[in-house]
Write a protein that binds this ligand. Sequence first.
Ligand code: GDP
Ligand code: MG
Length: 301
Amino acid sequence: MPETPDDFRCGYVALAGRPNVGKSTLLNAIIGQHLSIVSPKAQTTRERVAGILSEPGYQAVFIDAPGFIDAEYALQESMRLSAQAALDEADVVTFIADATRPKTMPDDVLIEALAVRSVPLLLALNKSDKVSSDTVASLLKRAEERSLEAIAISALTGSGLDKFLAWAVERLPLSPPLFPIDDSATQPLRFFAQEYVRETAMELLREEVPYSIITRVEEYREAQDPVYIAVTIYVERESQKGIVIGRGGSGIREIGRLSREKIEELIGERVYLDLRVKVMPGWSRKRNQLQGFGFQLPPER
Ligand code: GDP
Ligand code: MG
């Protein structure tokens, strides 16, 4: 493993904004068409990760801030909490607005909330390709009057995206990568595949093997149909291996079926999921080391 340089930056970039302003399009444009990962659930930290961009020098973890301070959703407690959690977690917040719909600009409540916590905020005026340069200029001016940093972008044509990214990356904290770096384009998909298996196993076995499961993708062959994914589930003790496998293999089959369905839903392709269970004694004492080797670990308690 090459050492992480001291000036490596890594952190969470929240993507906030109303529906249809172009958040997904933007994420795809930044990360690449492969990674149009929109997380199906929005309850825990991990599930909010929408995409991970790993480059030499930095790793930007994009998180969804669903229904962010959106009046229509504000009454929905779970949405509000989820948005709040994303806000708390973010190192920087980008608010995407639609230049053709000035109503999608951020409101004062959000701006103040972020200012209080000193979270940097960037307003990205998207769809600037669809309006005149005069309109763009006047919207930027309006933002400036509200002391909002703002840039014009187009997720569709790509204009302004370098600037957008540079703004966010510069403001990320100095930190080694939080997620495994893998030069393959499928890295985030691998991440989700192993996380889904871990999550599913945990759900099914919560009582029997609490916090004793880690997972790793051993192989990910996407150029075939079905996509072939081999994941190993590691437990700490021999006795736990039996529990994961279950009577006559029923446990591992159920874990396999449920996680395969989740992965298929995510990538939109058929998947052959090859699961294995192995014992690795004492892994929980070697967390950091294992993370560097691409293991998906349970959250620390
Ligand atoms: P989200 O709901 O915020 O994720 O919005 P989407 O990414 O799904 O985009 C909503 C619509 O806006 C789609 O039809 C996109 O093609 C379109 N769109 C997104 N970005 C741009 C842009 O920069 N320019 C133009 N003209 N259309 C865009
Ligand atoms: Mg979307």
